[in-house]
Design a protein around this ligand. Sequence first.
Ligand code: ZN
Length: 287
Amino acid sequence: MTDYQEEQDIVLYDVADGVATVTMNRPRYNNAQNGRMTYLLDAAFKRAVADDDVKVIVLKGEGKHFSAGHDIGTPGRDINESQDRVGMWYDHANKEGGEFLYVREAEAYLGMCRRWREIPKPMIAAVQGACIAGGLMLAWVCDLIVATDDAYFSDPVVRMGIPGVEYFAHPFELPPRIAKEFLFTAQKMGAQRAYELAMVNRVVPRDELATQVDALAKQVATMPRLGLALTKQAINFAEDQQGKRATMDAAFAWHHFSHAHNDLVSGDKLGGFDAKKMASANKSGDA
Ligand code: ZN
């Protein structure tokens, strides 16, 4: 265990009028997602699923940004710790070589995101500010995305030599040529462009995010629970028939080849990029 203690609960849960709100609460670190947050999010979603009075789940981030992505550098980074797993993969923490990260990411990233995508209740992401890399995965598993006009999206992990984040939905969230540009350049995509490309449902002023998401959630919440669940399943099924699930399986293997390659060449699975180095590379690449 690390000695580091969070200052507050890092995931908050609230229910009102048929809508459960799950809040990532590490604003000091732009809601960087560590293992602990991952499992607290899962517990919160499970609670919302189990409550028949909850029709819709809203996922939001406290503070200036929705999510800076996976935790690759805060004092609360806990990648070496065992977690109380929810999937059937064994513990990664005592494994070595490529197995350590493959097993962890199969459970904590790809596995969790798939699990959350299949939650049988509509999920709405409320996105403000940065939505980067692992943050994209959290927004993408939601059924609807409402973004503020100052929100932006990016997946800069190609800088690490890695072909995009673990939940490889890029060619489904964006047209393939745009997905390539998005990954090849690592540039930020603004909310308006994301709206034009149908990656987000609505763009709203920042001070209206909470009220507009609430209004949308309450509107969806008037529908019958099972009707919503079956509708969601039908559309997810259509995406999988178009190859979404199979594409992710293939991309996950390439993703892990790159982690292993990085480790062999540089001794670091992320190719020597920590949060700081990544941030400065992103800044200089923005032009
Ligand atoms: Zn990875």
